[in-house]
Every structure is written in C-alpha cells, then in structure tokens.
Design a protein around this ligand. Structure first.
Ligand SMILES: [Zn+2]
Length: 403
C-alpha cells in the first residue's frame, strides 16, 4: 500500500502509533498535509475539532521511515560479485580490480535498482557515499531525502578540495558533504581540511573507523597489508611516520571528532576509544551485515549504549552486503544481542540516523516532523509482540504514507 498525502489536511487513524520520541499510542492518529505532520497522538484527542477527510488504516502500526545512514550506491553493481572473506585487504584489492570491469551503464542501472529496493524496504533518508557522483542525479529524481558524501581517498594528500565543491552547495534537493574514506586512506592534513570545510557549513562528516585489525596494525606500527596496499597503489608517502595510536585516538589528535562526526563500523574500537567518542559526542554508525561479510568482528552495541552513545545503522554497499535493508541490519543485531529491546533498535534505525545526518525533521512522528511513514501490519498480537516480531524477522509487506 502506498498513500500520498494530499494537499488538504487529512487525518490517518491507526491501531498503533510509534512516535519514537514519545511513548507508543494505542488507537492513534496523525493529521498531515503537504508532506508535514501537523498533529499526532491519541485518536480522540487529534480528532477533536478536526473537520477534514479521515482515512482509517485499520490494524496497522505507523512508524517513521527508516534511515540508511551509510551506503555507497555507486557500488551497487558489485552485488554477488565478491565473496565473503576473512581478509579485509584482499577484499579491497578485488574491489579495486573489479571496478575496471563494470560498464558505466551497469553502475547507473544497479544504483537505480538499489534505490527502488531501498524504497520497498522502508527507507526514507539515505547517507550515500561516492567517489564519482553518479548517484547524485538518481537521488535528485527519487522520493528520498539524501545526504551525499563525496568520498575522498588520497593518502598522499594532493587533492584540491575545491575541485569537489563547485556548485554543490546550491543543490536544493540533496545535502552535499565531504567524507574522508578512512584514517589509512586520507593524509592527516587533508583529513583536517575536510573537517574544516564541513564544520564551516555545519555538515555531517563521515568516515570508516576501526573497521579491521589491519587498520589498527597500520596506525600503531605503520606495518602490514595496508602499508603494502598503499605502496602498490602509489599512495605511499616516503615521509610517513605511523602515529602510534589506535584509530579513535589518532582522529582525536587531528581534532576531527565532534557531534557532527559519524564513525562507521567501530568493530575494533576499544572500551577507551568508545569512551572518548562518548565525550566527543560523535555518532557511531553500525553496519553489522557488512561486518559479518568481511569477517571484521562485530560492534559492541551494548557497551556503546551503556556509555550513552547513540548508534545509527547503515547497510554499507552491495560489495559487502547482499541487501540494502535496515530491517535486515536490525535483525542481525537482534540475533547477536537478543536482549536489545525493539524500542532501542528502532530508535537506532530512525531517530539516531536522522540526528547523525543532521535532519531535524525526520526519524520520529510528531507535530512538525516530515510525513514519511511506514504502514506495517498489526493484525496479530499486542504491541510488544508485534515489535518483537518486527525486529526479529524483516517484514514482507511495508506500506508507505508520504508527502
Ligand atoms: Zn562504507
């Protein structure tokens, strides 16, 4: 079911409403017009004084559309072309090799298909990362809200950022930002320059951090397969001296950690590193299915939550995942951490993703929020049972209510 919100204020009644920022409501309703929620709460309260059209959604659960805070649409053509591995660097090498073999048409076709898939699985906001910008026109014509991160890879630090910034800030549909790929693929000075630029325009700053043991080895000792890879790629600066620090401490020394920094993966982050991220108010972004695919370990979600961090979720790309579904990421987390409540998992998938991408009107249901909602079946069981099922088995049918 797909319902477009009309220009005239309309009331939508539902069996359960999950506002995320407030307690769930049984027999709830929202009033929406032109893509915006203008009222929400218990049906009786919302109905009072309202004289417009009313739509009864029946035995449904309404939740905000999900946020995929980290993906790479331009790698969608890699679906099924790479196998699960336990060697992170050999996976990167295969990826680099395969990139040459895919045609420009294939890249675009696959990215377009992925956008369709993300719509079907209930995503409303995307944090997309790319080195070419091929997904930008596709995102622009799509129904999604999107932040596009132009990803920088340059360990020699020769990139002129001005080349990436032409006209992009004038884009009205897509929020454009910059993202250094990782601490081991971007030079320290360039990393700081990117941070300075994103800070100037109050934009989110996103990078892969503490993803593999190879990354830790490289930053601590300047050795291992990452050093070899950089040499092979002609990216090895002869003057490089390893910082001798774990990734989060290294990034902190560069001054790039703050509330606008999204740290993707963190599978190898130590307790001390997670504590530092908490002090800096940085935002973890977890991609558990990609972590399983690459055999890089699993994020310590319970520890992050206990420290007060607000992790959001991403699928990463189809080079390390087979499905761009945030419900599938939720189910993977639930399987590893059965004690995580559906409320926390859904908060990670909605509100905390929107906060990380700095989209204040998304990820929750309330007056003033964007009307981008999912209509899910609530035919069987009470609310707690319905939510438990939802986070354990990705739903087959996802209806949408949007403006
Ligand atoms: Zn990624």
């Amino acid at each position: 079911m797909e319902l477009r919100i009309s220009k005239k204020p309309t009331l939508y009644r539902t069996k359960y409403l999950l506002p995320i920022i407030k307690e769930p409501v049984e027999n709830g309703a929202i009033i929406a017009t032109e893509g915006l929620i203008i009222d929400s709460g218990p049906y009786k309260q919302v109905k009072k004084g309202f004289i417009g059209e009313e739509v009864d959604l029946g035995a449904s659960l309404l939740i905000p559309a999900l946020v995929n805070a980290h993906t790479h649409l331009e790698l969608a053509a890699f679906k099924w072309r790479l196998s699960p591995t336990s060697s992170f660097v050999s996976w990167i090498k295969k990826l680099i090799r395969l990139r040459q073999e895919i045609t420009p048409e294939d890249y675009v076709k696959s990215a377009r298909l992925s956008l369709k898939e993300m719509w079907q699985v209930g995503i409303g906001l995307i944090g997309d990362h790319g080195n070419t910008g091929l997904s930008v026109p596709l995102l622009r014509e799509s129904p999604f809200r999107a932040v596009f991160f132009r990803e920088v890879i340059d360990f020699q630090g020769r990139t002129n950022l001005k080349d990436f910034l032409k006209d992009h800030l004038k884009d009205s549909k897509i929020i454009f930002s910059l993202a250094p790929h990782a601490p081991y693929t971007v030079s320290p000075l360039l990393m700081q320059a990117i941070k300075r630029w994103t800070k100037k325009y109050r934009l989110p700053f996103s990078l892969h951090v503490a993803e593999s043991v190879e990354e830790i080895e490289f930053l601590l000792y300047g050795k291992g397969p990452i050093r070899e890879l950089l040499k092979e790629r002609g990216q090895w600066p002869s003057s490089f001296v390893a910082p001798g620090l774990r990734p989060v401490f290294y990034l902190d020394r560069l001054g790039v950690l703050d509330e606008n920094t999204i740290c993707v993966h963190l599978t190898q982050a130590s307790t001390e590193e997670l504590a530092l991220l908490t002090r800096r108010k940085a935002k973890p972004c977890l991609c558990p299915r990609s972590n399983i695919f690459l055999g890089v370990g699993f994020p310590r979600v319970e520890e992050m939550l206990a420290l007060g961090l607000e992790p959001c979720l991403g699928t990463d790309s189809l080079a390390s995942n087979d499905y761009l579904s945030i419900f599938a990421e939720i189910a993977a987390l639930k399987q590893h951490f059965p004690h995580l409540s559906p409320h926390i998992l859904l908060k990670m998938a909605t509100l905390w993703g929107a906060k990380a991408l700095k989209q204040k009107d998304m990820g929750y249901i309330d007056k003033g929020a964007r009307a981008d909602l999912l209509i899910l079946s609530a035919k069987e069981g009470n609310l707690e049972q319905i939510l438990e099922t939802l986070v354990t088995n990705p739903p087959q049918k996802i209806g949408r209510l949007y403006g």
